[in-house]
Design a binder for this molecule. Sequence first.
Ligand SMILES: [Zn+2]
Length: 113
Amino acid sequence: MIHPWQVLRSERGLTDTVRQAFIHAYGKRGSDAVDAVSDNRVKKYKDYFVVVGNSGEYYVEGDFCSCDARLYGKECWHTLAVKIAKELGVYETYDLWYYKDGVDEDEPEYERG
Ligand SMILES: [Zn+2]
């Protein structure tokens, strides 16, 4: 059994070995996640990590993702992409609140905490 996270830590980058390990462990989710990280599609806002997917942006907090996959009882690759990006420290950082400045502008009364 290949442990992709161990491979990631020892390779310290998105090498072919890492890519293969994630595909081995997670299938298409693995390749989608690795692709997103290598394409710099993971962004860190003050409140959430945001992943730019094929059909939109999704925010991720821990194992929660705002995309539709969980409605169908599936796991998406966005949370996986964020974990990889965090492990490598590879993401763009924005000094903005994603929730307040980006989405859900209909709810101005939202306050954190
Ligand atoms: Zn998702």
